[in-house]
Design a protein around this ligand. Structure first.
Ligand code: ADP
Length: 432
């Protein structure tokens, strides 16, 4: 079968002389008709570079791009990119902004108006044809952008962080609309390639996730997302697949019981939660993200972060346990997941953190206890006493403190200081 798109050993280099470096190294991949592929990875891993090569805006230094089996020469007329923010012409109405794209495509004048109105209707903008861009919200402007991209009737629709500049609600509604258009077959698009930073967005929308890492930019994983639509973000299956993608980004290959220990009450060793605050952990990841190649000697952290040796040990253990960093031969290095966290917004950080701690046996146990408890509430002391079967009284008390702090940040649980009770955060998923 001929692939819709095929990259063979694509390498891209930037800079000259001594400064020349490899931005994308030997990437080979295929995209077939009917596929919705997400491309994930930390900033600088070459996602945009690949998009420019795929759409023919740039030529690779080495390797080949085939479109329907033919080498791509110049701009790919069958592909189009939707960017984070759309440059609309401010002096044209919404409808005229779409008509411009139709004109560029050679649609005759008498057909443009009807077609533009159709496209605006399709993205849910009917009634706004005569509005000017300044009258629209960010979400609506992005919809005009989508309508304009669709005017080209692209076979390959590329999205470059297309939802990331929108507020939560607009992003969600636009994602839903795109999925509906795609799945109903009411657009001529044959495949979608979506570049995103947002791991959950990728698992929510795509059929396949390609993970890249940087220095040099390369593909490190290619996974199928085998979940039926519409996907339920809180369903155990969804969370399982999400966990798997996270584990790939974290480079984790060990079976979970080896890596994480067992839950309280089970045979085996219950692994304590490392005694670190979210602030310290974020500080460490941000610091590493600023270092060359995102790594440094562990011994340097004491001085750099102004912490005691013990504190550094707890901190590096936490980073490793959560899959944000790896430690080998006295060096600590960020994983792609750690980089993603360091670069993420406040909300996205919470999401990443929640997904990671939900799989720790001690947390799973705690969430399952809360779920089973009367009205989903438990006294702090009940939990502390249960933990005293595994830990010393002081350590058990400290574990409860840490669990509350982490769980609150991740919005997995809430704590009422007056009554000293823990309860499940409403809407929080308990994948027990
Ligand atoms: P991503 O989209 O994943 O953030 P990019 O493709 O933008 O990654 O960039 C990959 C690497 O190439 C980065 O180190 C970036 O600084 C560099 N780079 C991208 N475009 C250029 C350019 N036109 N000139 C020089 N370096 C570039």
């Amino acid at each position: 079968m001929t692939h819709l798109l095929e990259l063979k050993g694509v390498t891209q280099k930037y800079g000259r002389g001594d400064r020349r470096f490899t931005a994308v190294d030997n990437v080979s991949l295929t995209i077939d008709e009917g596929e919705f592929v997400a491309l994930l990875g930390p900033s600088g891993c070459g996602k945009s570079t690949l998009l420019r090569i795929i759409t023919g805006l740039n030529q690779p230094a080495e390797g080949q791009v085939l479109y329907r089996g033919q080498p791509l020469r110049g701009v790919n007329p069958y592909a189009t990119i939707v960017f984070q923010t759309f440059a609309l012409f401010p002096w044209l109405t919404v409808q005229q902004n779409v008509e411009v794209a139709l004109k560029a495509r050679g649609v005759p004048p008498n057909l443009r108006t009807v077609r533009a109105i159709d496209l605006l209707d399709m993205v849910g903008l009917d009634g706004f044809e005569t509005a000017f861009p300044r009258e629209l919200s960010g979400g609506m402007r992005q919809k005009v952008g989508f309508a304009r991209a669709m005017a080209v009737e692209p076979e390959l629709l590329c999205l470059d962080e297309a939802f990331s500049a929108l507020d939560v609600l607009s992003a969600e509604s636009l994602r839903g609309e795109l999925l509906e258009l795609w799945q109903s077959g009411s657009i001529p698009t044959k495949a979608i390639l979506m570049v995103t930073h947002n791991i959950e967005e990728a698992v929510f929308m795509a059929d396949r996730v390609i993970v890249m890492d940087k220095q040099p930019g390369r593909v490190i994983a290619d996974q199928k997302i085998d979940l039926p639509h519409p996907r339920q973000r809180k369903s155990p299956r969804f969370l399982e697949v999400l966990d798997r993608v996270y584990a790939t980004l974290a480079g984790q290959t060990q079976p979970e019981y080896v890596e994480l220990g067992t839950a309280p009450g089970e045979a085996g060793v219950t692994r304590a939660l490392p005694d670190v605050s979210i602030g310290e952990l974020s500080g460490l990841l941000e610091f590493l993200n600023e270092m060359p190649a995102n790594r440094t000697d562990v011994y340097r952290l004491e001085q750099e972060l102004n912490l005691s040796t013990d504190a550094v040990l707890e901190l590096t253990e936490a980073a490793e346990l959560l899959g944000f960093a790896t430690i080998a031969k006295g060096d600590i290095a960020l994983t792609p997941l750690g980089e993603t966290f360091a670069e993420a917004s406040i909300l996205a950080r919470k999401e990443i953190f929640a997904t990671r701690i939900r799989r720790l046996p001690l947390f799973k146990w705690l969430l399952a206890m809360l779920k089973a408890a009367d009205k989903g509430r438990l006294d702090r002391d009940v939990i502390r006493l249960a933990l005293e079967l595994e830990f010393s009284p002081e350590d058990a008390a400290r574990q409860v403190e840490i669990a509350i702090q982490w769980g609150r940040y991740a919005e997995l649980l809430a704590y009422d200081d007056n009554t000293e009770t823990l309860y499940q955060e409403t809407g929080a998923a308990v994948a027990a």
